[in-house]
Design a protein around this ligand. Structure first.
Ligand code: NAD
Length: 296
């Protein structure tokens, strides 16, 4: 049984931390929100009074925080120095590549082994222990982190050097955002040209336009397998989080000097959708904005 500090018990961390406790580990949990912390304690985690207290004598530290600034702040002010140098440090948050690399370099300079391990899969996968982890860091860091990540996920993949997990995550989600936007506008056009969406789905899902956004996550209700579109676009992957990931991708593209016009267009579309009040809806609800029957 290992002692694990788990910091950040929101929508994702609140599902992940209890899976480590269920696997027999001692999970010392901390969150600034009393409600989130109490929920984790009810589900088998131990209450810590601060992130630094959770890290004392820990074998592993796992963080699941909103953005880069929270990750940098928590590691610099709470984790470094409080956790023993023998602890493996695992950041599962989705953050910008530059901050991930900077914090990992600081960790290394202080004698820690740290990895970035962002996830694919939403709240249900966090609860069910079926996340996919994309890990950036040394081979040794990957092997040490894997033992813990396997208790929270169905796949743990070594993406490469520090920051490579974040790079894989934002590249994947840039493709997802652009392919969903293209799927939405394609179905709107097909319908305006008089095609039945179900018939068009049957054709295109077996033709060269096929993509995951269409066949597994169709934005049109009643078409293809059941998706958030069949539940008024509730649940699923919030448009605001897609926008966050597209912004991270655009920042990364700018610093790497990559030309990403489709990613940029997707970012603008999701920004408009969020500005219209769609941020809490599943990201496939973008079709409601593209279709001129959208009235909010
Ligand atoms: P969330 O806002 O629900 O949870 C974040 C938690 O961190 C909150 O409970 C907050 O109180 C806590 N927190 C913030 N600063 C803290 C600090 N200094 N010390 C301790 N706790 C602190 O966010 P979430 O939906 O759980 O997402 C977490 C990360 O996972 C994000 O980076 C997000 O992009 C990523 N992600 C989310 C999803 C999803 O579907 N929600 C899917 C994949 C990846």
């Amino acid at each position: 049984m290992a002692k694990i500090a788990f910091i950040g018990l929101g929508h994702m961390g609140g599902g992940m931390a209890p899976n480590l406790a269920k696997a027999g580990h001692e999970v010392r949990a901390f969150d600034l929100s009393e409600e989130a912390l109490a929920h984790a304690v009810e589900r088998g985690c131990k209450r810590a009074g601060s992130a630094a207290e959770a890290c004392k004598d820990a074998d592993a530290v796992v963080t699941m925080l909103p953005a880069g600034k929270h990750v940098a702040e928590v590691y610099r002010s709470q984790v470094f120095g409080a956790a023993p140098a023998s602890a493996i440090l695992i950041d599962c948050s989705t953050i910008d590549v530059a901050t991930a690399r900077a914090v990992e370099a600081e960790a290394e300079a202080k004698g820690y082994v740290m990895v970035d391990a962002p996830v694919s899969g939403g709240i249900a996968a966090a609860e069910g222990g079926t996340l996919t982890f994309m890990v950036g860091g040394s081979q040794d860091g990957f092997e040490r982190a894997r033992e813990f990540l396997e208790k929270m996920g169905k796949a743990v993949i070594h993406a490469g050097d520090p920051g490579a997990g974040q790079a894989a995550k934002i590249c994947n989600n840039m493709l997802l955002g652009a392919s969903m936007a293209a799927t939405c506008e394609t179905f709107v056009l097909a319908q305006k040209l008089g095609l039945d969406p179900k018939v068009f789905f049957d054709i295109s899902s077996k033709a060269s336009g096929q993509c995951w956004s269409m066949t597994s996550y169709c934005p049109v209700p009643g078409v293809g397998p059941e998706t958030p579109a069949d539940r008024e676009y509730e649940g699923g992957f919030a448009a605001a989080l897609m926008l966050k990931d597209l912004k991270l991708a655009m920042e990364a593209a700018q610093s790497a000097g990559a030309y990403t016009p489709m990613g940029g267009e997707a970012e603008e579309l999701f920004q408009r959708f969020v500005d219209l009040g769609g941020g809490n809806k599943d990201f496939s609800a973008l079709i409601k904005m593209i279709d001129d029957s959208w009235d909010s």
